[in-house]
Design a protein around this ligand. Sequence first.
Ligand code: GLN
Length: 293
Amino acid sequence: MKLGELLREGVARLGETGVPDAENDAKLLLFAAFRMDLTHFLLDRGRELSGEEPDASCVACYRAMIAKRRGRIPLQQILGSQTFMGLEFEVNEQVLIPRQDTETLVERVLEEQQERGLRLLDLCTGSGCIAVSLAVLGGYRYVAGTDVSAAALATARRNAARLAAGCAGRIEFFCGDLFEAVPAGMAAFDVITANPPYIPTEAIATLEPEVRDHEPLLALDGSADGLVFYRRIARELGRYLAPGGSIYLEIGWDQADAVCALLEYCGLEAVRVVKDLPGKDRVVCGRKQCLID
Ligand code: GLN
């Protein structure tokens, strides 16, 4: 069998079970199994595979990965990583896979918050994709990330150690429920970010099997109306956001009005909505008034 035929075998196996983007996924799994890139594949696709090492174990590895993908395990969990803001994050079943939607939030923070001396807090940090990319790309003085899941934080810490090692600022993670994780006595933050769970409980069953069955429910389920974490964040925000500080929250496409109302109700100013690349409401931000006597 030739390498190109092996690829086609995988595409067909994925297609049979209705995996979307079968062609793309089979190709990326083949590249991973054979540790090759597109150029090598194009040069090598007519090569007859030998039944011996190293081909034999690469073929076995590819077929095992195809079998997992047929079970609708997300591609990124099989490969073990996902690129976000140009950085490669480790992912596993303990963390939400970083989405391109969330880059909208990070880009907005980087655009509006250019002072290096700022202190940031990222709630529900998961893989740490927001916290780490802000630390790396924004060069801020201090970034704290919190999450209720100790397993997620272990992943976030590994991502920070790998990606943010050379950062000028400090990055730290704390385990606990939203703001409760923040150590007592810590100074208020200049910027707070969060991509909390926001899917209404009933809608979880309608999600793609990759998300519904393999990503952590803890990172998705936002209660009956999907808004419970925004309510809690809005209620507790006052003590943790410094005067003049800003908050940026990722939201579901139909939650902008409700989340804007919550931030306005708790006294924030300049409350606005940012759209993602496909044009859907994706981020709500607001600012705490400066106290000038
Ligand atoms: N955007 C994710 C999804 O659609 C949900 C993320 C979240 O709940 N924070 O699957």
